[in-house]
Write a protein that binds this ligand. Structure first.
Ligand SMILES: [Zn+2]
Length: 435
């Protein structure tokens, strides 16, 4: 099907965009300290993705790069030696890419260490937990050496949510601890619509998952709009909108432009015992005329259409493109997400999906009038109703324009909110099981 062309199309454009952004130009290489006859490899691109959760340094080269890492104290710094790498303008540019507000890196220094070895020194703001790994070429990426700097104590999404709730409480908004069995004000099912009257007895927590991020731009519109950018913008508006809803509180699985593995997104939602998981995306297609919003739920066995199957495969590739550290995966977690039967989760997901689809239908054309199903990895929380919303086609020039528009983003967010509100009014969550 023609839809399958989308990926190569997208990736070619991603590559062009990225190279332009990173200043990929074939300047005459600055050569020094390279023994005569030695052919030094080139680092084609050096990228930094700073975020509170972790800062990622990526060095990309056309061939594998031998490397080693040394952690040093007083002052805290990391020393990364790259073998057979020559200094080039791309690397010399790296120190200037360190943002003043980078949570972990104070400064970067790049210099030849000895013949054939290039040394990159990261001066740190505090001690970190470094993770170094290499990635084989995938999509249009070459060989990547990845250095992730994690805080010694990882931020806990539950603590973040509690603090968020507390702040809201202090500023006079409705709030209560998630998980607390305190009486909550009625959600107020829509009057006159016959919604059950029993109000939920506790705060409803919604996990909002902005698709893609960091190395993984997602789909790219004809005007160069990145899916990862619009998903974050819409997700933030949806969070604000849901936080306004009495008895509800939302959290984001990422709040900035960095890569989050699919199972970590699920894990974060489970950590806060979310009542609902909504992954936000923007679709793409080879023909610019394809348009409209769609909503997906998980399928355990097969997809409801070839397009849904293809889309799920493509969304599941985010981990490869974004660069997942296989060594740091928790095999137990992966098993939990795969092994459990999810029949009940799926039927709840279909129900909330229908409600959200109806909400979105008030502001955008629907691509499909019913909730589709496929094996999306990000929808696999066994205990949380989970849906994936393709808000619009970023490949459709008119919809791309709308996706960039602040007001339209808000409309989309509000329409999703109305679907969420209707779902919870008709399906009040049960009291939480004591963990
Ligand atoms: Zn996507």
């Amino acid at each position: 099907m023609s839809r399958a062309i989308r990926r190569s199309d997208r990736l070619t454009r991603a590559s062009l965009e990225r190279r332009r952004f990173c200043g990929w130009v074939l300047l005459p290489a600055v050569q020094w300290l390279v023994p005569a006859g030695a052919s030094a490899a080139k680092v084609a691109s050096a990228r930094l993705w700073p975020a509170q959760e972790y800062t990622r340094l990526i060095l990309e080269a056309p061939a594998p790069v031998a490397h080693q890492l040394l952690a040093m104290k007083n002052p805290e710094r990391l020393v990364l030696d790259l073998e057979g790498i020559d200094v080039n303008p791309e690397l010399l540019e790296l120190p200037r890419r360190v943002a003043a507000d980078d949570p972990y890196i104070q400064a970067i220094r790049v210099a030849p260490f000895r013949p054939g070895v290039l040394r990159i020194v990261l001066d740190l703001k505090s001690a970190v937990n470094p993770q170094l790994f290499a990635l084989s070429p995938v999509a249009d990426y070459g060989y990547r050496v990845v250095l992730d700097l994690y805080p010694l104590t990882p931020p806990d999404p539950l603590m973040a949510l509690l603090e968020d709730v507390e702040r809201a409480g202090q500023s006079g908004a409705n709030a209560s601890s998630p998980g607390a069995e305190a009486d909550r004000p009625a959600l107020g099912g829509e009057p006159g619509k016959g919604a059950p009257r029993q109000a939920p007895k506790r705060l409803i927590v919604v996990a909002i998952d902005p698709g893609h991020g960091g190395e993984d731009p997602g789909a790219i519109g004809r005007r160069g709009t990145y899916e990862k950018t619009v998903t974050l913008a819409i997700a933030k508006k949806l969070k604000a909108s849901l936080d306004d809803e009495p008895g509800m509180r939302a959290m984001l699985t990422r709040d900035d432009d960095y890569f989050v593995p699919l199972d970590v997104r699920v894990q974060k939602a489970r950590r806060v015992q979310a009542d609902l998981f909504i992954s936000i995306h923007a679709d793409a297609f080879t023909t610019p005329s394809a348009r409209g919003s769609s909503v997906f739920a998980l399928s355990e066995h097969g997809a409801t259409s070839a397009a849904a199957r293809w889309l799920a495969q493509h969304e599941n590739e985010a981990d490869l493109i974004g660069g997942v550290n296989i060594g740091a995966r928790d095999p137990m977690l992966a098993r939990t997400l795969l092994d459990l039967s999810q029949t009940a989760q799926i039927s709840d997901s279909l129900r909330v999906g229908r409600s959200v689809l109806e909400g979105i239908g008030s502001v955008n054309t629907l691509h499909k009038g019913s909730v589709e199903q496929a094996g999306f990895a990000v929808l696999k929380a066994p205990d949380i109703p989970s849906i994936l919303v393709e808000t619009a086609f970023i490949s459709n020039p008119e919809e791309e324009q709308k996706l960039r528009d602040d007001r339209h983003q808000r409309k989309l967010a509000d329409s999703i909110r109305s679907g969420v509100r209707r779902y919870f009014a008709q399906n009040p969550p049960l009291s939480r099981a004591k963990a």
